[in-house]
Design a protein around this ligand. Structure first.
Ligand SMILES: *[C@@H]1O[C@H](CO)[C@@H](O)[C@H](O)[C@H]1NC(C)=O
Length: 542
């Protein structure tokens, strides 16, 4: 079947569905998707692939529709826009003769097609934005030492069953982040039913599970500690603690974000595999054979055969029985969930961000979960707070700054962008004392699109804001280091710091009547999360 007739059949199906759905628009469960999918499956002229594609289009359409509805809820204008110029408007012009829902559908199809044709649009737009900004600021290329993307991760370990990606040093091309040079960030991804062989490393670490289900075992001096881990679990691992890990899910990958604080060198840590063999190479084997013979009281041949067996690398496949046996069976040991009731031993190493807790800020525009030092004492070792922001699509966080904490943030899900106020930045080579600014503005706007695994750093005192795209919630995991005595100064919305000024200070500072100042700074009465910008400059980032 030609692409054209395929398209028209699809439009026909979707319009039928639309009419059908019209009658049921208020039924509780949206039957539209079901009906649409059904229609796809019974098209005899479709082969399997075409049926699948048809189903996918139904799903896309349905998702889009829901998005539009939820945008309406948060006061955004979701109406299909006419984009002037280019293929899109040409396609859209074909919808002009149509009316009502069929027209909407036609417009939708155009948008879908346009999106597909511009799958790499994001990339291009991102580049364009950087260029524009560079032009604005008369720079050759925008230098952004605060943001780290895919290219800044190197793969430390990669096997069929999993991988570890290590982020470059925070100071890799700028001294601006010297304050956190003794932290490293790594991402571990373990395939379903895999086993990560026992290892230890010369760094203190905080692990945060961002997806999946596993079991982590720590070997302490006098006991073994195993706990089942799941999304939101925060685990503290002291330097040098031997540990092993399984992904005990049959289907889902296990994702762990690790913040590491190396011991021996400020910005570098090493992983040591004791158990293992040829691969991962066991450190036992590094000793001279005569030492090993004596230490293990075993003959050379036996040892050679013994240490030669394991050759599959640090991520291994485990059988269902092995997984089952290693999963923690103790009721209370689930993901540190026994807090605050747990026995001392278990609750000390793990804590869940989400379970049995209220967010510290919550409205329909977003949620913020935070773990304070005194809730999870182990964080004290790090002078750290772990937090998780879930910004509703189309919404934004309040602009604020931290008085002394440095925020290391990683996007877990969704996309959007952030803007931050920074003193002008220049590459490492041409850094001068900040007193020696050449010209123009005291500040520079740092901005970047955000998407899964983008890491960005917000230094102390730097005002910033994050915005979720219109399509998806933006979920960000944050490590805030230097948290002791930190104050979060909100710059807008309920509780913003200007509201605390005296009358005279307000009037002098803004050269306006107090009422005027109060009107401006009192107008936004939401706290911490707001509806996002209507005209997003960040449209470029969507
Ligand atoms: C974030 O919010 C969305 C929508 O409210 C919800 O479905 C999702 O589970 C939330 N994520 C977390 C980690 O709580």
């Amino acid at each position: 079947m030609s692409a054209k007739s395929k398209l028209s059949t699809l439009i026909l199906i979707l319009s039928l569905v639309f009419l059908y759905a019209g009658c049921l628009a208020f039924a509780k469960q949206d039957p539209e998707l079901k009906q649409c999918t059904h229609q796809c499956r019974v098209q005899q002229q479709y082969d399997e692939k075409q049926k699948e594609e048809c189903v996918r289009t139904c799903e896309e359409y349905h998702r889009e529709k829901k998005d539009r509805e939820s945008l309406k809820e948060v006061g955004q204008d979701p109406d299909v826009e006419f984009h002037p110029g280019g293929e899109l408007s040409e396609c859209q012009s074909r919808c002009v003769g149509l009316a009502g829902e069929v027209r909407q559908l036609c417009l939708f199809r155009c948008q879908q097609k346009w999106r597909r044709d511009h799958a790499s649009r994001w990339e291009e737009e991102g580049k364009k934005q950087s260029k524009e900004d560079a032009e604005d600021e008369g720079e050759e290329e925008k230098h952004n030492p605060y943001v780290f993307e895919d290219k800044h991760f190197s793969t430390a370990i990669k096997t069929g069953k999993g991988r570890v990606d290590l982020l470059t040093k925070f100071t890799h091309d700028s001294d601006i982040l010297r304050g956190i040079e003794n932290y490293r960030l790594a991402l571990l991804v373990a395939s379903p039913k895999s086993f990560v062989v026992p290892n230890h490393f010369d760094a203190n670490a905080i692990f945060v599970v961002t997806q999946g289900r596993g079991t982590l075992t720590l070997i302490h001096e006098d006991k073994r500690e195993s706990f089942n881990i799941e999304t939101g679990d925060i685990i503290h691992v002291r330097a040098g603690t031997p540990l092993y890990l399984i992904n005990r899910d049959d289907n889902e990958k296990l994702f762990i974000v690790k913040l590491l604080q190396p011991i021996n060198q400020p910005d570098h840590y090493e992983v040591f595999y004791g158990a293992g063999g040829a691969k991962p190479e066991s450190f036992y084997e590094t000793f001279s054979t005569e030492i090993l013979e004596a230490a293990l009281k075993t003959s050379r041949d036996k040892l050679e055969r013994f240490f030669d067996k394991q050759g599959k690398g640090p991520f291994l496949e485990a059988s269902r029985e092995q997984i089952e046996a290693m999963s923690s069976h103790e009721e209370g040991s689930k993901g540190g969930g026994l807090w605050p009731f747990g026995s001392e031993s278990k609750s000390k190493s793990a804590f869940n961000l989400f379970r049995k807790r209220e967010p510290s800020h919550c409205n329909r525009y977003g949620q913020l979960f935070e773990v304070e030092e005194d809730e999870f004492k182990r964080l004290k070792d790090f002078d750290l707070r772990v937090s998780y922001a879930n910004i509703t699509k189309g919404c934004m966080s309040a602009p604020f700054y931290n008085s002394r904490a440095i925020k290391i943030a990683i996007v877990v899900k969704g996309e959007g962008y952030f803007e931050m106020v920074s003193p002008p930045v220049s590459p490492k080579s041409s850094q001068e004392d900040s007193g020696g600014r050449k010209s123009g503005s005291r500040y520079q706007k740092i901005s970047s699109r955000l998407r899964s695994d983008t890491v960005f750093v917000v230094p102390a005192g730097h005002p910033f804001v994050t915005v979720a795209s219109r399509n998806n919630n933006l979920e960000i995991l944050c490590f805030e280091v230097n948290i002791e005595n930190n104050v979060r100064y909100l710059l807008a919305g309920e509780g913003n710091y200007v509201q605390q000024f005296e009358k005279e200070a307000k009037e002098l500072a803004f050269k306006s009547k107090e009422e005027e100042v109060d009107r401006i700074f009192g107008n936004q009465d939401e706290e911490f999360f707001f509806p996002g910008p209507r005209q997003q400059r960040g449209r470029d980032y969507e």
